[in-house]
Each structure stands twice: as C-alpha cells, then as structure tokens.
Design a protein around this ligand. Structure first.
Ligand code: ATP
Ligand code: MG
Length: 353
C-alpha cells in the first residue's frame, strides 16, 4: 500500500512522526508492505515552493492508495499566505471526499468527561455552510456592502443521499442505530430535505433503527447520555462542531481521529486543527492521527479484500486503548509522555502482540 504523507503545520510534523513510527511497526508485523512517501504541505511547502500545495502533488496523491494529511494552519492563511490554497479543503474537494467519519469513544481505565460511550459522527464534507467559504464574492460568502456579509448554505439531493447511505452502511456494521441531527424546524427547506432523504435512505436497511434530534437539543443529549448514540449523521457545519464536542467528551480533542472518504480515495486527518498553542513542545497527543491512519488501513483492507489491513487497524486501536489504560500517554489524557514517546509506546505494544 502506497501512502502519501503530508505532515502539515503546527503540531502536524510531531504527530505525523509519531504516526509513521507506528505504521512502520504495523507494516512489518502484519506484512502490509506500506510505502510511505513524504511531501511538504502548508507553510513548509510555501517556504520551499512558494505555494502551500505544490503543482503535481494532486497527481501523486491520486496515484497513491491513501493519504495522511497533518493539520494545516488555516488561521495563517489570512495573513502571510493570503490567497493561498487551504490544503484540507483542496484535497476534500479535488478527491471528492464527501464523508468525514469521526469516531469518538471512551477508554477503559480512562473514563471520558461524562460516562462511557462509543459513537461515530458522519459529517457531510463538501457543501452546507462550508461550500466555497472564504471566497470573497464567491458562492459561499458575499460582501454585500463593507458592513454586510451574506453566507449561503448549499444543500443538494445528491450530497444528502450519498452521506445518508454512507452513514447507514456504517450503522449496519455497528449497533444498527442511526441518529439524524438537523435544524429542520428553522432551516425548513434545506434541513427538511436532508432529514427526508436520510429517513428515506435508512428505510431501505432492514433492522436499522432511526431517530432524529434538533442540533441544539443534541448538544444537551450528547452531554447527558452519550451512550445512547451509535452513528450520528449531520450536515457539514453541525457535524464539525458536534464532533469536536464528542472528541473532547471522550477525554481529549487529541483522541479525535477522522477519515475523509469518497468513492475512490480516502484521507486520514486528525479531527482537530494545528494547535499552534502547543506546537513544537513535544506535548501534543498523536493518538488522533494514529487512529485516523488505522481508519485508512481498514478502509483499504475493505476495498481491496486484504483482511490483514483490517487486522492491523484493529490491533492499532487496541494498542492505543492499552497505552491509555496503562497511562503511557500524553498529558491531556493523564499521562506524562511526550508526543514521540507516546507514539513509541503504542508501537511497542503493537509489536509485542
Ligand atoms: P486551527 O486554527 O488550526 O484549528 P486552533 O487554535 O483552533 O487551530 P485546535 O488545533 O483546533 O487549535 O485545538 C484546539 C485546542 O485543543 C487547543 O488548545 C489545542 O492545544 C488542543 N489540542 C488540539 N489538538 C491536540 C492534540 N493532538 N493534543 C493535545 N491537545 C490538542
Ligand atoms: Mg480549531
């Protein structure tokens, strides 16, 4: 399996280094023949090539079997890199990675903020409020006068259908329970369509239980009873906000892994950002990106029919759980290890299996 590795900004290089360490052990242990090919992205690329995404990188990524994207610093795009490409948005769009799958769970020996749970947020990744955002006078946001901005939200039948089916398929592999999160009482047409299409899709999966919750009420429910949720499907921005909450409820934002998936490509990406406040200090939790790459391996295994990739993914997840239970983890989850040492602990547990 050929994987393009793009380390990114902020804590990106540190958590990526910890992740590739785990992948090298997994590759040997499970005979995955992983070929990791690293390329600069974001500010490292800007320095070297004068652009955040160098020409030709998309072809390299397309030719690979998977992509790991470290967090990139969106904030800085406002100043020195103004007008530059946002790598995350660029790859999601160019590769049509329409589903953002963000699991969140608690770990034995390290309870979450409020009780135990195991859920997955499936977030629509290509439209909604984030379609063509940050483009002045573009499709998403318009400067009407210097003092008035109108932000549009695009919801399409096709995107609702494909995200609905992606969520249903995942729910069928889990506890067969889908929750649709929306605001159809106010956003009657857009979220009304999203809700109808999700319900319609779900009705075609035998045995799948379906309910729906208004996004504001969901904030209370997920804090009060997170254990009642299995797979939660939401439009882009609601899913983005909800999944930060579920990651933090699981113990730390640094546990939040995610996979961006389309019909042909997938990109592992931590659910959080570049965390500039802790960058370069060897304290960031690498688990987010390690779990993201486990999702990537499982995806590749399922597609290619090579079971050992799925076995490797499960083993990595189990090694993460063991490391957390033993306190061999970073500070944010109660341990004392640095980023690299936390990654090495997971690699060591994996090797000993
Ligand atoms: P960006 O604009 O790139 O999203 P941000 O300033 O919003 O950057 P986030 O990366 O979204 O920062 O992180 C939000 C908070 O969570 C920060 O305080 C950060 O330190 C913390 N955090 C994020 N990722 C991790 C991690 N992997 N380990 C530990 N703490 C993290
Ligand atoms: Mg952020």
């Amino acid at each position: 399996m050929q994987i393009a590795v793009l380390p990114g900004d902020g804590i990106g290089p540190e958590i990526t280094a910890a992740t590739t360490g785990v992948l090298r052990v997994a590759s040997e242990h499970f005979q995955l023949n992983l070929r990791l090919e690293e390329h600069p992205i974001g500010h490292a690329s800007l320095k070297q090539f004068g652009t955040t995404v160098q020409p030709g990188l998309l072809d390299v990524v397309r030719a690979a079997d998977g992509l790991i994207l470290g967090p990139t610093a969106t904030f800085d795009f406002k100043d020195e890199a103004r007008g530059e490409i946002n790598p995350s948005r660029y790859f999601r769009k160019s590769l049509d990675l329409f589903a953002n799958v963000r699991p969140a769970r608690t770990y034995p020996g390290r309870p979450g903020r409020l009780g135990e749970f195991d859920l997955v947020v499936v977030r629509e990744n290509t439209e909604g409020f984030y379609a063509d955002r940050n483009m002045e006078q573009g499709n998403g946001e318009m400067l009407v006068t210097p003092d008035v901005v109108i932000s549009l939200r695009r919801i399409t039948r096709l995107c609702c259908e494909r995200i609905a089916h992606a969520a249903c398929r995942l729910a069928m592999k889990r506890r067969k329970h889908l929750t649709i999160v929306h605001k159809a009482n106010v956003l009657k047409i857009g979220d009304g369509m999203f809700l109808d299409i999700c319900r319609e899709a779900a009705s075609t999966y035998p045995g799948l239980a379906v309910d729906d919750i208004l996004v504001d009420a969901m904030m209370a429910h997920v804090v009060r009873n997170p254990e009642r949720f299995d797979v939660v499907v939401a439009t882009n921005m609601f899913g983005d906000i909800l999944s930060d909450l579920t990651a933090e409820l699981s113990g730390s934002l640094g546990l939040g892994g995610s996979l961006n998936v389309g019909d042909r490509h997938a990109m592992a990406q931590a659910a959080h950002g570049s965390a500039p406040d802790i960058a370069g200090q060897d304290i960031a939790n690498p688990v987010s990106l390690i779990l993201s790459t486990a999702l990537l391996l499982a995806w590749h295994g399922e597609r290619s029919g090579a079971v050992r990739y799925e076995e490797a993914a499960s083993a990595i997840e189990a090694a993460v759980a063991t490391a957390i239970a033993e306190g061999r983890a970073t500070r944010d989850v109660g341990g004392k290890l640095g980023t690299i040492a936390a990654g090495a602990a997971i690699a060591e547990i994996l090797q000993a299996k």
